[in-house]
Design a protein around this ligand. Sequence first.
Ligand SMILES: *Cc1c(COP(=O)(O)O)cnc(C)c1O
Length: 418
Amino acid sequence: MPNFNLSDEVFTRAAQQFPTPFFLYDEQGIRQAAHGLQEAFSWNPRFKEFFAVKAQPNPHILKLLLDEGCGLDCSSMTELMMAERLGVRGADLMFSANAMPPEEFAYARKLGATINLDDISDIETLRQHGGIPDTICMRYNPGGLFGDGNAIMGSPKDSKFGWMREQLSEGLLRLKELGVKRFGLHAFLASNMLGEVYYPLLAKLLFETGKELTDETGLPLDFINLSGGIGIPYKPEDKAADIALIGQRVQEDYEESFGDSELSNVAVNTELGRYITGPYGWLVTRAMHEKRIHKHYIGVDACAVNLIRPAMYGAYHHIHIAGKRDDPAVETYDITGALCENNDKFAIDRRMPAIELDDILVIHDAGAHGAAMGYQYNGRLRAAEVLHRQDGSFQLIRRAETQEDYFATLFGEGLPTF
Ligand SMILES: *Cc1c(COP(=O)(O)O)cnc(C)c1O
């Protein structure tokens, strides 16, 4: 079930104060999600969540997460620069990128970030750009299909990320020669996983592989990074993942793998994005047009440039009408944006209460990979972002993009002044 913690009074009040469309984020929900995760893993004294900046790169939101004790996981120069400006460095920073330009390695090293190498060839690049650190992380790709007896969760054999098993052995020996003192192991093998199975299964694989690599190289395993991938209940019939139970099952695997051995000080890390902010962000939009042809359409003032997931993946996002959340679903609508593209639809054949023009439509689960994936196709511009503070007030945390922003990169001979 999508998150209905905010009342319609909040959405309506926000839509009176800010022009639609805009994203609304809930401070309390985000803080509670971060806190719940840390509680679930509190059995591991060195546990740390490195929030995946790409999911929600608004520095106001990142500040809330830093305040809750999280670090940041960056995957580009721009994200590293944002982390730097927020004062995040050293052990609070992960850098996980693939096919990255060498200067990004150098910059990440300058900030003291823990570097997650995506490929064995990155060793040489890092040696030349930034240098080899004492602690290194390697991203593992076990190939094949990933899952248990009941379900296939992902297909690592088709994934561009990570190192093959035998490359880990070879590469870690090379890294040892170059001066590495300890290592971490990372993998991201499935996305948006509901239920309590994925993390424990992944943890077991990484704990055991980490132990083997320690035996082979003599280098101590310093941490396991379970990365992202815990899902959120986008659909009404979905059940939220039980994070406490996930933490407990990872702990059982940890004790089974490490017991009282010298490895019992291995840190467990995560890089969740979607799980932390996804359910606590909504795209607030207004019904502008009603059209009846072969189907019944409602046109809203947001479009796929604001939230591309439905158009890109056919993703389901729940939508409710402010003030009508308990009304019976009596109509079947396609909810569309204004792009000149027929896949610009937030919902297709959706049963909903009757919509009137000017109604506020609240599109759920837009708090991660929402605004972050915004673009400007058709000259439609990025929406504003508003934070609902714990005291009930609203704070504009990113203004809407303007035509001036759009024109700002255009210049050159023969052009008018934009
Ligand atoms: C995208 C990403 C994440 C976050 O994934 P979620 O599905 O939002 O949890 C974490 N780590 C890395 C390296 C990523 O690329």
